[in-house]
Design a protein around this ligand. Structure first.
Ligand SMILES: CC(C)(COP(=O)(O)OP(=O)(O)OC[C@H]1O[C@@H](n2cnc3c(N)ncnc32)[C@H](O)[C@@H]1OP(=O)(O)O)[C@@H](O)C(=O)NCCC(=O)NCCS
Length: 162
């Protein structure tokens, strides 16, 4: 008889700040996502930088997602530079939890807004950001290398929490 294994207690995964030794896992994840590819050097740069803040999502001990929030000294605006969750780990609210972690950190640092760019045709990402209260600030025609249009989205961190 086939035994159906129950889902482990870690099936929802967890979100934690990224560490230096997550660099290779983050690079592998970034390679899954066709635009904005990063090199190992740029991943390491983000992990070392005092103005970049990174989180990873873990599932059953493996790194399956990452988010990078970039800030600039003197600016109250943070930018979500990258969010990706491995296909097999999607739908567990890992991206949502990483964005919420970034928002909480941004609030603690006194930032007022978070901005990001997303492809107009990226329905899952647009649904994620709409759920979390991001609004369209600007259309970016031909923004991506393949000519696809982009949108700049913005979230006001002082607005009612979502
Ligand atoms: C976009 C992406 C990060 C979402 O990751 P995820 O962990 O599966 O998303 P979550 O489970 O946290 O979803 C949170 C919310 O986002 C929305 N969402 C996520 N994926 C969706 C999908 N495929 N279709 C519709 N809505 C979706 C839903 O509103 C969902 O909330 P719900 O669970 O209450 O319905 C993931 O699909 C991905 O890595 N895509 C490739 C990289 C990418 O596009 N990054 C964004 C660049 S700006």
């Amino acid at each position: 008889m086939t035994r159906i294994e129950p889902l482990g207690k870690d099936h929802r995964g967890r979100v934690r700040p990224a560490r230096h030794r997550d660099d290779a896992a983050i690079l592998t994840l970034e390679e899954l996502f066709p635009s904005d590819r990063m090199t190992l050097r740029s991943v390491r740069h983000f992990l070392k930088s005092s103005t970049a803040h990174s989180w990873v999502a873990e599932l059953e001990g493996a790194v399956v997602g990452n988010l990078i929030l970039v800030t600039r000294s003197g600016s109250r605006v943070g930018r979500i530079y990258s969010v990706v969750v491995a296909p097999q780990a999607r739908g567990r609210r890992l991206a949502e939890r990483m964005v919420r972690a970034a928002q909480a950190a941004a609030r603690r640092r006194g930032l007022r807004q978070i901005k990001l760019e997303v492809r107009q045709d990226n329905a899952p990402a647009r649904a994620l950001y709409a759920k979390l209260g991001y609004v369209e600030e600007q259309r970016l025609p031909g923004y991506y290398d393949d000519g696809a249009d982009g949108l700049r989205l913005c979230k006001d961190l002082s607005a009612k929490r979502r």
